[in-house]
Design a protein around this ligand. Sequence first.
Ligand SMILES: [Zn+2]
Length: 480
Amino acid sequence: MSHDRYEMVVGLEVHVQLKTRTKAFCACSADFGAPPNVNTCPVCLALPGALPVLNEHAVELAVRAALGLGCKIDPVSVFARKNYFYPDLPKGYQISQFDRPLATGGWVVAGKTEKEAEIRIGITRLHMEEDAGKSIHDRYPGETAIDLNRAGVPLIEIVSEPDIRTSAGAGAYLRTLKQILQYLDVSDVSMEEGSLRVDANISARPPGQAKLGTKTEVKNMNSFSAVEKALEAEFARQCALLDSGKKVEQQTLLWDAAREAVRPSRTKEGSHDYRYFPEPDLRPLILDPKWIEQMRKELPELPDARKRRLATEYGLSPIEVEQLTAYPALAEYFEAVARASGDGKAAYNWVMGEVQAALRGSNEEISRFRVRPADLAQLLNLVRDGTISHTAAKRVFAQMVDTGKPAAQVAADEGLLQVGDETAIATWVDEVLEEHPEEARRYLAGEKKLQGVLVGFVMKKSKGRADPKRVNQLLSSRAR
Ligand SMILES: [Zn+2]
């Protein structure tokens, strides 16, 4: 399908649940997964006379997120009531921020891999708000159940400028944003648990035209790839309308993942007048500029800075640091191994190879991985000083994963300590030459390329304990 006559223009609204213990305006637990309606109280149930009290930790996390995204924090922001009727919104309004948001004017630089071009996407604003409850349509046939555990959970909404031009660009922006939020440690950013949700505003216009076309809003996308697919589908729909001389109607659409198509939302959300007004039960949020500066100083190391530092300190390539910094716990694990072993390259190879494979196998998180960085570093040191061979090290590692025992102990218990002893190696070589007479004859007659095969036989016979360098030397000397 060719849409060369039109350019895609996309802005994204990302809702992120903050990692607080309690809700935004009451002391109820903000945990995910509790039985329905357990985490509720008069405030989040909207009982008469109940008053909201702002969660200080939520403010800290929102400010940290805004600073990490390069936003300017307004020392005075105002909570506002966003009025609308929905069954899972007991108050009949949501506490949000409207004309005085917490922060404005940040940016994200996305897509710096080899495949993607670099794009800079502006952040229009970042504001605080509370989540609504959840309507459950598939539990009781013909009825809708309401779970208010999520009502009042603290969110930030990050609104981007319409700077995105392709569906892949939208994906790159979301992946980068998610990574930054992970490094800032402000949210679990789990789309499965609903702690990161994306709405997209999309329009089409002829390339070169400055004026934006009429936009539609697409909701209900539950993965980054769904966002990319939904944008492609909606762009194609708008292009077809424009091509046939029709107009794009401003409306809210829902992504239907099963049909891979957009359909109009039943509620006319586009036509909503939310009748915003300042929340009378909460005072304006006033932040001390000194405190904001202190928060800025305390920001953790962000992905770009960490990539640059790891590349310099451990002599790694851009692709290697890209892999290692995918999420903070992985980068931290790698760095602990690299520091303790003093060998960045070996640490990279092991972490991205054996460690990742073991984690995939057991579906474990690296932060809970049985082989701690110091243990892996010890294994790397045993390989480097020749105590065990590389082949044996893989077997030792497998045992460490299974038993949690230290590397040196496993190597000793399993009899995997490397044998550099000439006599022992000579015996293995002799045995191999005897057991493989045809290869031996050809090799000794000058067929050099068979040396690798014979070394392999010796390594196998010695169960990985023979020092391969010595084996090679010995075989070479026999061939002469
Ligand atoms: Zn509550």
